[in-house]
Ligand binder design. Structure first.
Ligand SMILES: O=c1ccn([C@H]2C[C@H](O)[C@@H](CO)O2)c(=O)[nH]1
Ligand SMILES: [Zn+2]
Length: 135
């Protein structure tokens, strides 16, 4: 599965976004190192802040399935530039993604910006920053 295939998967799941409030639909597709695909769309709520973004839905589906070894992610939305993930999603990504994992950000016109995890959230708080029992 290449970059375009992953973007295509994100576009498809985007149509399932539950967005009665913002009407802004986002799709995400996440590939594991063993080749499994996890997709996500944003799911809104009448209590607006409870909303979960497409990126986190895809990551949480994978983790709930016992998968944490990720290879690549794609995110698609109808934006004027490749869609930038929100801060909460960047923090969740940094928990699971290697610093050099590629995230392909796309709009519907096909503009694509590929960024490494480290570029999305530099100097992030990670599990390694917590005290370690071995020390
Ligand atoms: O990268 C993003 C940015 C926004 N949203 C969602 C959250 C909300 O449902 C809507 C408007 O913010 O878009 C995502 O899913 N991913
Ligand atoms: Zn988000």
């Amino acid at each position: 599965m290449d970059k375009q295939d992953l973007i295509e998967e994100a576009k498809q799941i985007r149509s399932n976004a539950y967005t009665p409030y913002s009407k802004f639909k986002v799709g995400a597709a996440l590939l594991t190192k063993d080749g499994s695909l996890y997709t996500g769309c944003n799911i809104e709520n009448a209590a607006y802040p409870v909303t979960c973004c497409a990126e986190r839905v895809a990551i949480f589906k994978a983790v709930a399935d016992g998968q944490y070894d990720f290879q690549e992610m794609a995110v698609v939305a109808d934006t004027k530039r490749p869609v930038p993930p929100c801060g909460s999603c960047r923090q969740v990504m940094s928990e699971f993604f290697d610093v050099d994992l590629s995230v392909h950000l796309s709009d519907l016109s096909g503009q694509i910006k590929t960024v490494r995890m480290e570029e999305l959230l530099p100097f992030s708080f990670t599990p390694e920053d917590l005290p370690n029992d071995d020390e």
